[in-house]
Design a protein around this ligand. Structure first.
Ligand SMILES: [Fe+2]
Length: 366
Protein backbone atom coordinates (compact mmCIF):
# COMPACT_ATOMS: atom_id res chain seq x y z
CA UNK A 1 0.00 0.00 0.00
CA UNK A 2 1.24 3.51 -0.61
CA UNK A 3 0.26 7.11 -0.21
CA UNK A 4 -0.74 9.18 -3.24
CA UNK A 5 -1.93 12.72 -3.71
CA UNK A 6 -5.67 12.56 -4.36
CA UNK A 7 -5.29 14.22 -7.77
CA UNK A 8 -2.72 11.60 -8.81
CA UNK A 9 -5.02 8.60 -8.31
CA UNK A 10 -5.16 6.47 -11.47
CA UNK A 11 -7.84 3.96 -12.55
CA UNK A 12 -5.77 0.89 -11.67
CA UNK A 13 -5.41 1.92 -8.00
CA UNK A 14 -7.61 0.39 -5.30
CA UNK A 15 -8.30 2.21 -2.01
CA UNK A 16 -6.02 0.85 0.73
CA UNK A 17 -7.56 2.36 3.87
CA UNK A 18 -11.03 3.54 4.83
CA UNK A 19 -11.74 7.25 4.54
CA UNK A 20 -13.92 8.61 7.34
CA UNK A 21 -16.24 11.56 7.44
CA UNK A 22 -17.64 12.62 10.82
CA UNK A 23 -16.81 9.21 12.27
CA UNK A 24 -18.54 7.20 9.52
CA UNK A 25 -16.88 5.32 6.69
CA UNK A 26 -17.13 7.52 3.59
CA UNK A 27 -15.17 5.20 1.27
CA UNK A 28 -14.23 1.66 2.21
CA UNK A 29 -10.81 0.02 1.71
CA UNK A 30 -10.90 -2.19 -1.37
CA UNK A 31 -13.00 0.28 -3.37
CA UNK A 32 -11.98 0.19 -7.03
CA UNK A 33 -11.98 2.97 -9.59
CA UNK A 34 -11.57 5.64 -6.92
CA UNK A 35 -10.60 8.36 -9.43
CA UNK A 36 -14.28 9.10 -9.88
CA UNK A 37 -14.34 10.40 -6.27
CA UNK A 38 -11.36 12.75 -6.72
CA UNK A 39 -13.32 16.00 -6.79
CA UNK A 40 -15.48 15.02 -3.81
CA UNK A 41 -12.42 13.96 -1.79
CA UNK A 42 -10.71 17.26 -2.54
CA UNK A 43 -13.84 19.16 -1.46
CA UNK A 44 -13.76 17.21 1.83
CA UNK A 45 -10.13 18.26 2.38
CA UNK A 46 -8.66 14.79 1.77
CA UNK A 47 -5.32 15.61 0.13
CA UNK A 48 -3.82 12.12 0.25
CA UNK A 49 -5.16 8.55 0.22
CA UNK A 50 -3.63 5.11 0.70
CA UNK A 51 -3.89 2.89 -2.38
CA UNK A 52 -2.83 -0.55 -3.49
CA UNK A 53 -0.96 -0.83 -6.75
CA UNK A 54 1.66 -3.07 -8.29
CA UNK A 55 4.62 -1.06 -6.93
CA UNK A 56 3.44 -1.22 -3.35
CA UNK A 57 1.45 -4.45 -3.00
CA UNK A 58 3.80 -5.80 -0.29
CA UNK A 59 4.22 -2.56 1.72
CA UNK A 60 2.20 -2.61 4.94
CA UNK A 61 1.15 0.38 7.03
CA UNK A 62 1.19 -0.53 10.74
CA UNK A 63 -2.00 0.27 12.63
CA UNK A 64 -1.72 2.58 15.63
CA UNK A 65 -4.99 3.62 17.26
CA UNK A 66 -8.17 2.31 15.65
CA UNK A 67 -10.60 4.79 14.17
CA UNK A 68 -13.34 3.33 16.42
CA UNK A 69 -11.40 4.25 19.58
CA UNK A 70 -10.52 7.70 18.26
CA UNK A 71 -14.19 8.24 17.53
CA UNK A 72 -15.27 7.07 21.00
CA UNK A 73 -12.98 9.75 22.51
CA UNK A 74 -14.27 12.36 20.10
CA UNK A 75 -17.89 11.46 20.95
CA UNK A 76 -17.17 12.02 24.66
CA UNK A 77 -15.56 15.36 23.83
CA UNK A 78 -18.51 16.39 21.66
CA UNK A 79 -20.91 15.74 24.52
CA UNK A 80 -18.58 17.52 27.01
CA UNK A 81 -18.51 20.59 24.75
CA UNK A 82 -22.33 20.39 24.55
CA UNK A 83 -22.59 20.34 28.36
CA UNK A 84 -20.31 23.36 28.69
CA UNK A 85 -22.33 25.31 26.14
CA UNK A 86 -25.42 24.59 28.23
CA UNK A 87 -23.62 25.61 31.46
CA UNK A 88 -23.68 22.06 32.77
CA UNK A 89 -20.67 20.41 34.46
CA UNK A 90 -18.41 18.06 32.47
CA UNK A 91 -18.92 14.44 33.48
CA UNK A 92 -15.31 13.24 33.46
CA UNK A 93 -16.38 9.62 34.09
CA UNK A 94 -17.66 9.41 30.49
CA UNK A 95 -14.02 9.59 29.36
CA UNK A 96 -12.90 6.59 31.42
CA UNK A 97 -13.76 3.89 28.89
CA UNK A 98 -12.52 5.65 25.70
CA UNK A 99 -9.29 6.86 27.37
CA UNK A 100 -8.58 3.35 28.69
CA UNK A 101 -9.18 1.90 25.20
CA UNK A 102 -6.73 4.46 23.81
CA UNK A 103 -4.15 3.44 26.39
CA UNK A 104 -4.71 -0.29 25.81
CA UNK A 105 -4.19 0.03 22.06
CA UNK A 106 -1.04 2.11 22.47
CA UNK A 107 0.55 0.24 25.35
CA UNK A 108 -0.17 -3.20 23.93
CA UNK A 109 2.53 -2.75 21.28
CA UNK A 110 5.86 -1.48 22.68
CA UNK A 111 7.27 -1.01 19.15
CA UNK A 112 4.36 1.12 17.99
CA UNK A 113 5.20 3.99 15.68
CA UNK A 114 2.71 6.57 14.60
CA UNK A 115 2.38 6.90 10.82
CA UNK A 116 1.39 10.45 10.85
CA UNK A 117 -0.56 10.80 7.67
CA UNK A 118 -3.82 12.49 8.20
CA UNK A 119 -6.23 10.97 5.72
CA UNK A 120 -9.38 11.97 7.57
CA UNK A 121 -11.59 14.83 6.49
CA UNK A 122 -11.11 18.25 8.04
CA UNK A 123 -14.25 18.38 10.18
CA UNK A 124 -14.07 19.09 13.91
CA UNK A 125 -10.40 20.07 14.21
CA UNK A 126 -10.47 20.61 17.98
CA UNK A 127 -11.78 17.11 18.74
CA UNK A 128 -9.30 15.37 16.44
CA UNK A 129 -6.45 17.48 17.78
CA UNK A 130 -7.37 16.76 21.40
CA UNK A 131 -7.40 13.00 20.83
CA UNK A 132 -4.10 13.09 18.90
CA UNK A 133 -2.55 15.17 21.71
CA UNK A 134 -3.66 12.45 24.15
CA UNK A 135 -2.14 9.75 21.89
CA UNK A 136 1.25 11.50 21.79
CA UNK A 137 1.10 12.26 25.51
CA UNK A 138 0.49 8.59 26.37
CA UNK A 139 3.42 7.55 24.16
CA UNK A 140 5.75 10.10 25.79
CA UNK A 141 4.51 9.17 29.27
CA UNK A 142 5.11 5.49 28.59
CA UNK A 143 8.63 6.23 27.32
CA UNK A 144 9.53 8.25 30.45
CA UNK A 145 8.26 5.51 32.76
CA UNK A 146 4.90 6.74 34.09
CA UNK A 147 2.71 4.16 35.84
CA UNK A 148 -0.61 3.10 34.32
CA UNK A 149 -2.55 5.28 36.79
CA UNK A 150 -0.36 8.26 35.95
CA UNK A 151 -0.82 7.60 32.23
CA UNK A 152 -4.60 7.58 32.68
CA UNK A 153 -4.48 10.92 34.51
CA UNK A 154 -2.15 12.37 31.91
CA UNK A 155 -4.37 11.20 29.02
CA UNK A 156 -7.44 12.71 30.67
CA UNK A 157 -5.66 16.06 31.07
CA UNK A 158 -4.47 15.89 27.44
CA UNK A 159 -7.83 15.01 25.95
CA UNK A 160 -9.56 17.84 27.84
CA UNK A 161 -6.79 20.45 27.56
CA UNK A 162 -8.60 22.70 25.07
CA UNK A 163 -12.19 22.56 26.40
CA UNK A 164 -11.94 26.30 27.13
CA UNK A 165 -12.01 26.95 23.38
CA UNK A 166 -15.77 26.48 23.58
CA UNK A 167 -15.87 29.95 25.17
CA UNK A 168 -14.03 31.61 22.27
CA UNK A 169 -15.70 33.41 19.40
CA UNK A 170 -15.61 30.94 16.45
CA UNK A 171 -14.94 33.87 14.10
CA UNK A 172 -11.61 34.34 15.88
CA UNK A 173 -10.89 30.64 16.42
CA UNK A 174 -11.38 29.79 12.74
CA UNK A 175 -10.15 33.06 11.23
CA UNK A 176 -8.14 32.42 8.08
CA UNK A 177 -6.06 35.59 8.09
CA UNK A 178 -3.63 37.05 10.58
CA UNK A 179 -5.05 37.71 14.07
CA UNK A 180 -5.14 41.24 15.47
CA UNK A 181 -3.51 41.82 18.87
CA UNK A 182 -6.96 41.88 20.50
CA UNK A 183 -7.94 38.60 18.83
CA UNK A 184 -4.68 36.99 19.88
CA UNK A 185 -5.31 38.16 23.46
CA UNK A 186 -8.72 36.47 23.30
CA UNK A 187 -7.13 33.18 22.12
CA UNK A 188 -4.62 33.38 24.96
CA UNK A 189 -7.49 33.20 27.45
CA UNK A 190 -8.47 29.62 26.53
CA UNK A 191 -6.08 27.82 28.97
CA UNK A 192 -7.64 29.78 31.82
CA UNK A 193 -11.16 29.00 30.57
CA UNK A 194 -10.25 25.30 30.26
CA UNK A 195 -9.01 25.26 33.85
CA UNK A 196 -12.09 27.07 35.15
CA UNK A 197 -14.33 24.51 33.45
CA UNK A 198 -12.41 21.54 34.87
CA UNK A 199 -11.54 23.00 38.27
CA UNK A 200 -14.44 21.52 40.23
CA UNK A 201 -14.81 18.31 38.21
CA UNK A 202 -14.63 15.08 40.14
CA UNK A 203 -12.70 12.01 38.99
CA UNK A 204 -9.77 14.07 37.75
CA UNK A 205 -6.49 14.79 39.56
CA UNK A 206 -5.19 18.31 40.17
CA UNK A 207 -2.16 17.62 38.01
CA UNK A 208 -4.41 16.64 35.09
CA UNK A 209 -6.46 19.81 35.60
CA UNK A 210 -3.29 21.93 35.61
CA UNK A 211 -2.48 20.62 32.12
CA UNK A 212 -5.39 22.72 30.86
CA UNK A 213 -3.96 25.84 32.50
CA UNK A 214 -0.32 25.34 31.55
CA UNK A 215 -0.15 23.59 28.16
CA UNK A 216 0.89 26.83 26.39
CA UNK A 217 3.58 27.71 28.95
CA UNK A 218 7.19 27.29 27.81
CA UNK A 219 10.25 26.31 29.85
CA UNK A 220 11.98 29.65 29.14
CA UNK A 221 8.96 31.71 30.22
CA UNK A 222 7.85 32.75 26.71
CA UNK A 223 4.49 30.96 26.90
CA UNK A 224 1.07 32.04 28.15
CA UNK A 225 -1.13 32.80 30.10
CA UNK A 226 1.28 33.34 33.01
CA UNK A 227 4.76 33.17 31.45
CA UNK A 228 5.76 30.47 33.95
CA UNK A 229 9.28 29.04 33.73
CA UNK A 230 10.53 25.46 33.94
CA UNK A 231 10.70 25.05 37.70
CA UNK A 232 6.96 25.79 37.93
CA UNK A 233 5.95 23.34 35.22
CA UNK A 234 5.08 19.78 36.19
CA UNK A 235 5.81 16.63 34.22
CA UNK A 236 2.30 16.42 32.74
CA UNK A 237 2.45 20.03 31.51
CA UNK A 238 5.82 19.45 29.85
CA UNK A 239 4.53 16.33 28.11
CA UNK A 240 1.30 17.86 26.83
CA UNK A 241 3.07 21.07 25.69
CA UNK A 242 5.30 19.00 23.37
CA UNK A 243 2.43 16.75 22.21
CA UNK A 244 0.11 19.73 21.54
CA UNK A 245 2.58 21.63 19.33
CA UNK A 246 3.69 18.50 17.50
CA UNK A 247 0.12 17.72 16.47
CA UNK A 248 -0.85 21.33 15.69
CA UNK A 249 2.06 21.76 13.26
CA UNK A 250 1.37 18.38 11.65
CA UNK A 251 -2.24 19.22 10.81
CA UNK A 252 -3.86 21.49 8.23
CA UNK A 253 -5.31 24.60 9.86
CA UNK A 254 -7.54 27.33 8.45
CA UNK A 255 -4.58 29.75 8.46
CA UNK A 256 -1.70 27.39 7.55
CA UNK A 257 -0.98 24.18 5.65
CA UNK A 258 0.43 21.29 7.68
CA UNK A 259 4.19 20.86 7.85
CA UNK A 260 5.98 17.71 6.79
CA UNK A 261 6.80 15.41 9.71
CA UNK A 262 10.57 15.89 9.24
CA UNK A 263 10.12 19.69 9.42
CA UNK A 264 8.02 19.36 12.60
CA UNK A 265 10.66 17.05 14.10
CA UNK A 266 13.39 19.61 13.24
CA UNK A 267 11.34 22.38 14.83
CA UNK A 268 10.76 20.42 18.04
CA UNK A 269 14.45 19.48 18.21
CA UNK A 270 15.50 23.10 17.69
CA UNK A 271 13.42 24.30 20.65
CA UNK A 272 14.06 21.28 22.90
CA UNK A 273 15.76 22.51 26.06
CA UNK A 274 14.58 26.13 25.64
CA UNK A 275 10.83 26.02 25.05
CA UNK A 276 10.15 22.30 25.35
CA UNK A 277 11.49 19.69 27.75
CA UNK A 278 14.15 17.88 25.76
CA UNK A 279 13.47 14.50 27.41
CA UNK A 280 9.83 14.72 26.34
CA UNK A 281 10.72 15.76 22.78
CA UNK A 282 13.21 12.89 22.45
CA UNK A 283 10.63 10.43 23.82
CA UNK A 284 8.03 11.64 21.32
CA UNK A 285 10.31 11.54 18.28
CA UNK A 286 11.19 7.91 19.04
CA UNK A 287 7.54 7.01 18.47
CA UNK A 288 6.96 8.81 15.18
CA UNK A 289 7.66 7.42 11.71
CA UNK A 290 9.36 10.52 10.28
CA UNK A 291 9.04 9.06 6.77
CA UNK A 292 5.99 6.74 6.98
CA UNK A 293 5.76 3.41 5.16
CA UNK A 294 4.33 3.80 1.69
CA UNK A 295 5.36 7.45 1.37
CA UNK A 296 7.43 8.83 -1.47
CA UNK A 297 10.92 10.20 -0.74
CA UNK A 298 13.80 11.65 -2.72
CA UNK A 299 17.30 10.41 -1.92
CA UNK A 300 20.53 12.43 -1.97
CA UNK A 301 21.53 10.76 -5.27
CA UNK A 302 18.38 12.20 -6.86
CA UNK A 303 16.56 8.86 -7.05
CA UNK A 304 12.89 8.57 -6.07
CA UNK A 305 11.49 5.75 -4.01
CA UNK A 306 8.87 4.48 -1.59
CA UNK A 307 9.49 3.80 2.09
CA UNK A 308 9.14 0.04 2.56
CA UNK A 309 9.77 -0.37 6.30
CA UNK A 310 11.21 1.42 9.31
CA UNK A 311 14.44 1.02 11.22
CA UNK A 312 12.76 1.48 14.58
CA UNK A 313 15.74 2.89 16.47
CA UNK A 314 16.69 5.38 13.73
CA UNK A 315 13.49 6.90 12.34
CA UNK A 316 15.34 9.15 9.86
CA UNK A 317 16.84 6.18 8.00
CA UNK A 318 14.17 3.70 6.80
CA UNK A 319 14.43 1.13 4.00
CA UNK A 320 13.52 2.66 0.61
CA UNK A 321 12.50 0.96 -2.64
CA UNK A 322 13.98 3.00 -5.49
CA UNK A 323 11.76 3.14 -8.59
CA UNK A 324 12.99 6.18 -10.57
CA UNK A 325 16.51 7.39 -11.27
CA UNK A 326 17.88 10.93 -10.95
CA UNK A 327 16.52 11.85 -14.38
CA UNK A 328 13.07 10.57 -13.54
CA UNK A 329 13.24 7.37 -15.61
CA UNK A 330 11.69 4.18 -14.25
CA UNK A 331 14.25 1.63 -13.05
CA UNK A 332 13.92 -2.02 -12.04
CA UNK A 333 12.91 -1.51 -8.36
CA UNK A 334 15.64 -2.20 -5.79
CA UNK A 335 15.88 -1.58 -2.04
CA UNK A 336 18.30 0.64 -0.12
CA UNK A 337 18.59 0.21 3.65
CA UNK A 338 19.61 3.70 4.78
CA UNK A 339 20.90 2.29 8.05
CA UNK A 340 23.45 0.25 6.12
CA UNK A 341 24.15 2.63 3.24
CA UNK A 342 25.21 5.65 5.23
CA UNK A 343 26.37 7.62 2.17
CA UNK A 344 22.77 8.20 1.14
CA UNK A 345 20.24 10.35 2.97
CA UNK A 346 16.65 11.40 2.39
CA UNK A 347 16.54 14.94 0.99
CA UNK A 348 12.79 15.41 0.57
CA UNK A 349 9.63 13.89 2.00
CA UNK A 350 6.43 13.36 -0.01
CA UNK A 351 4.95 16.64 1.23
CA UNK A 352 8.12 18.55 0.37
CA UNK A 353 8.26 16.98 -3.10
CA UNK A 354 4.64 17.96 -3.64
CA UNK A 355 5.31 21.54 -2.48
CA UNK A 356 8.22 21.75 -4.94
CA UNK A 357 6.02 20.41 -7.76
CA UNK A 358 3.28 22.92 -7.03
CA UNK A 359 5.90 25.68 -7.28
CA UNK A 360 6.83 24.40 -10.73
CA UNK A 361 9.99 22.48 -9.85
CA UNK A 362 9.89 19.57 -12.22
CA UNK A 363 10.22 16.46 -10.10
CA UNK A 364 8.21 13.61 -11.57
CA UNK A 365 5.96 11.65 -9.26
CA UNK A 366 5.92 7.89 -8.71
FE1 LIG B 1 -4.50 25.09 23.59
Amino acid sequence: MRLVLTENITPEMTLGKNIYKKGCVYLRAGQRNICRYNERLKDLGVDYVYVYDELSADITIPEDVSEATRQKCQDSLRSAFGSIENNLPVDVSTFASPVKSLMDELLYNPDIQINLTDISTMDEYTFGHSVSTAVYSILIGQEVGLSRDELYDLALGAVLHDVGKVKLDPRILFKEGRLTDAEYDAIRCHPRYSYEILRYCRNMSNEAKMVAFTHHERLNGTGYPQGLTGAKLGKFSRIVAAADVFDALSTNRCYRKKWSTNKVADFMTKYAGTEFDETMVAALLKKIAIYPNGSEVMLSDGHLGLVVRQNLKVPFRPVVRVVRDHEGFWVEPYEVDLLKDLNITITASQLELQEARSEGEGHVTI
